[in-house]
Design a protein around this ligand. Structure first.
Ligand SMILES: Cc1ncc(COP(=O)(O)O)c(C=O)c1O
Length: 397
């Protein structure tokens, strides 16, 4: 009953809304439809992924350990230690990593664990960057929390301003989400920013989820991470859960594999919670995934391809639609006036699907939805398709 009520209040998923918006419209062009609405990687994962899965085919009969194989957990803690320059030994594979069947399920389930029924005698709050990845809002709503959106606008550097949240709200906060590099705006949180957010999480004792699933797709400099900020603060990983995925880093969205790291007490509870019903990741998949975390040359090549796409976008859109080069990730966040009208026109006149920014935001306390007026455009297609699609976009808008 409760689930149905909360689901009804949550409403539709942004992509269902987009389909409903465009369904009555037939493109007036014979041009090939291009979906710039979905952030689905189009590059191939490296060949050794399939080879490693095949060479571990003797493991398909096994029930996989819910927390992940020892080797997978070793591969990810070694990767984190290298990537974030952590002190050797600060991560223990047995305590600091859990495999996930993609980070989506992990983000959703961690929210169910982090949100109690009552916080300080009141309804618990979940702080969301606004706009956001749809799962943050879905998970918080289904957990029964009050959602407090934190505007992440041009004025705030496209990241939420934690210091603008009133202390009375922080006192009943159970969980806060942060995404860096941010989907959709591509902003990267600095070390000082992360330290501040972690300090607030500890002061007010809430869980801080840092979603770093775009950490390896960057333009000029590799983003710092929440574990690095924890190390700089020097109190272990208390209150922090960090999510990483192979979906974007290794173009393996269909593999469904990622991990969560951070606070070992939270991770132990999360493992217990997940043991009652969450997806396990098949052992051949974990073997392939471990091989991906151990290899960087395919990640560098992937990053270079995304940089080329941003170059194309800058050449075609620079100086218009509030264009800026995203610091990380592969989305453009373009200012187009009326978001839905722009999405409709692009579909009708150019067979291009884009996502209205207001669908991935909610009105904040002032009544303003910071996604209003924006379109999210995914730069995932090959150079020719992308060039052609962006040329059409410029013509129409
Ligand atoms: C910000 C963000 N976090 C998490 C995910 C989930 O990725 P996956 O479940 O493939 O790891 C996505 C996917 O699009 C995303 O955009």
């Amino acid at each position: 009953m409760l689930i149905n009520e909360r689901l009804d209040r949550l409403g539709e998923n942004p992509f269902t809304r987009l389909n409903a918006l465009l369904a009555p419209i037939a493109p007036r062009t014979n041009q090939r439809p291009v979906l710039l609405s979905v952030g689905e990687p189009q590059h191939a994962p490296p060949a050794f992924l399939a080879e490693t899965i095949a060479s571990n085919s003797d493991l398909w009969n096994r029930y996989p350990p819910v927390q992940g194989t020892d080797d997978y957990r070793l591969a990810v803690t070694e990767w984190l230690t290298r990537r974030y320059d952590l002190a050797p030994g600060s991560l223990d594979p047995a305590r600091h990593a859990l495999v996930l069947s993609g980070t989506k399920e992990g983000l959703y389930l961690a929210t169910q664990m982090a949100v109690p029924q009552v916080e300080q005698g009141k309804k618990p709050v979940v702080l969301l960057p606004n706009p956001f990845y749809l799962v943050y809002r879905g998970a918080a709503s289904m957990a029964g929390a009050e959602i407090v959106p934190m505007p992440a606008t041009r004025e705030t550097g496209f990241l939420p301003d934690f210091d603008a949240v009133p202390p009375a709200t922080l006192e009943r906060t159970s969980l806060a989400f942060l995404c860096s590099p941010a989907n959709p705006q591509g902003a990267i949180a600095s070390l000082d920013y992360l330290k501040r957010a972690i300090t607030l999480a500890r002061e007010y004792d809430f869980t801080l989820i840092v979603d770093e699933c775009y950490s390896e797709i960057w333009d000029k400099a590799p983003p710092t991470g929440a574990l690095e900020a924890c190390q700089a603060l020097g109190q272990g990983f208390a209150n922090v859960l960090v999510f990483h995925s192979l979906s974007k880093r290794s173009n393996a969205a269909g593999l469904r594999c990622g991990f969560v790291t951070g606070d070992e007490t939270l991770l132990a509870r999360f493992q217990r919670f997940r043991s009652f019903g969450a997806s396990q990741v098949p052992m051949p998949i974990q073997a392939g995934a471990a091989a991906l975390w151990r290899e960087e040359s395919h990640v560098e090549a992937n990053r270079a391809l995304y940089r080329t796409k941003i170059d194309i976008a800058e050449r075609l859109l620079g100086g218009r639609f509030g264009f800026y080069r995203p610091e990380g990730g592969f989305f453009l966040w373009l200012e187009v006036g009326d978001s839905e009208a722009a999405a409709r026109r692009l579909w009708q006149e150019a067979a291009i699907k884009t996502l209205p920014g207001n669908y991935i935001g909610v009105p904040d306390a002032s009544g303003r939805n910071p996604g209003d007026g924006f379109l999210r455009v995914a730069l995932v297609h090959d150079e020719t398709t992308l060039t052609e699609a962006l040329e059409r976009l410029v013509q129409v808008l």
